[in-house]
Write a protein that binds this ligand. Structure first.
Ligand SMILES: [Mg+2]
Length: 123
């Protein structure tokens, strides 16, 4: 399975990348939403995207919206990984097309559990 990580913090990207590689994913990284869209085109898409909300440039919610407007990546599951913890934000992300939502700080177990919920990983 292929995963795209869209996250502006290099440290968080590295941690997410290690977790996903450990779960057997091939990982591609992007520093903001527009870079994420470019990586999707370059690589032909991914099965999963982990998306930060707050990023300079194109933010996570705009990335989710942009992906869902294009039929090309309809099957890609998207999980927001963010410090935005208000119910309103969560509802908005799901409305825009995110499939799951994880709050920072996260653990490997929480990420794995959500992937399991999405049918992307089996322990
Ligand atoms: Mg950020």
């Amino acid at each position: 399975m292929r995963a795209l990580i869209v996250e502006d913090s290099c440290a968080t990207r590295t941690i997410l990348s290690q977790i996903l590689r450990g779960l057997g994913f091939q990982v591609v990284e992007a520093g903001d939403g527009s870079e994420g869209l470019v990586r999707l085109e370059e690589t032909g898409g991914a099965d999963l995207a982990l998306v930060d909300w707050n990023m300079p440039g194109m933010n996570g919610i705009d990335f989710v919206r942009a992906v869902r407007r294009r039929a090309a990546h309809d099957s890609m599951r998207m999980m927001m990984v963010t410090t935005e913890t208000e119910l309103e934000s969560i509802a908005r992300a799901l409305e825009e097309g995110a499939d799951e939502y994880v709050m920072k700080p996260f653990t490997r177990e929480v990420i794995a559990q959500k992937l399991e919920l999405m049918g992307l990983w089996l322990e």
